[in-house]
Design a protein around this ligand. Structure first.
Ligand code: AMP
Length: 215
């Protein structure tokens, strides 16, 4: 199965992606995670990406599309199926993805579009913490680690993303509204999209999504 996860920053795409990956055995491809890994390693791509990511702006289309193309063209990845998290984020990316998939004789089966109220999104983003080592997601209130600031899984320290501050969140929400939201119509027209309310608990969001995928 090949899936796309859409939705504003902080809506819970990452959490749902990990749960779907575990349930369905899909490859989880997150452009945000890939870019952060490149930034951490100070690669030329990471240095270029940092100019945009820390300020909440989108990295240029060609750069992220190339990253996605190299992954979804790999037999080990497409044979198992995958879940695209954070890509596409612009109409151009959606169209380029379509072209790449046509060339590979693949297609997206379903698009899940999460949405939540702005208050919940801000609360989720400002309280979000990640493990520096394994990337496990936490939230200071909703999913705190057993020991403050320490990952339950690998005992490394947790950090707050540089772009999870109120000022940058505002920019990211504006970018979402202007550049990403229009893709909803693009996939709706193809009859592949399901809107899922993500104001609720992660387990309910997962259940709703799985029943849609089983339809
Ligand atoms: P995320 O982890 O999905 O919230 O992404 C973090 C940041 O990475 C975004 O705010 C963008 O700066 C960059 N990014 C991730 N995915 C894309 C994409 N598909 N297109 C452009 N920039 C992206």
């Amino acid at each position: 199965m090949k899936l796309v996860l859409l939705g504003p920053p902080g809506v819970g795409k990452g959490t749902l992606a990990v749960a779907l990956k575990d349930q369905l055995g899909l490859n989880h491809i997150s452009t945000g995670d890939i870019l952060r890994a490149e930034m951490k390693a100070n690669t030329p791509l990471g240095l270029e990406a940092r100019k945009y990511v820390d300020g909440g702006e989108l990295v240029p289309d060609e750069l992220v599309t190339r990253l996605i193309e190299s992954r979804i063209s790999t037999p080990e990845i497409y044979s198992k199926g995958y879940l695209l998290d954070g890509f596409p984020r612009t109409q151009k990316q959606a169209e380029d993805l379509n072209e790449i998939l046509n060339k590979l004789d693949q297609s997206i089966d379903r698009v899940i579009c999460l949405d939540a109220s702005i208050e919940i999104i801000i609360e989720r983003l400002t309280g979000r913490r990640l493990c520096k080592n394994c990337g496990e997601l936490y939230h200071v209130k909703n999913k705190p680690p057993q020991k403050e600031g320490v990952c339950d899984k690998c005992a490394n320290s947790l950090y707050q993303r540089a772009d999870d501050n109120e000022e940058t969140i505002k920019t990211r929400m504006e970018v979402y509204t202007t550049s990403t939201r229009p893709i909803i119509t693009y996939y709706e027209k193809q009859g592949k999209l399901k809107k899922v309310n993500a104001d609720t608990e992660a387990s309910v969001v997962l259940e709703t999504t799985l029943s849609f995928l089983n339809e």
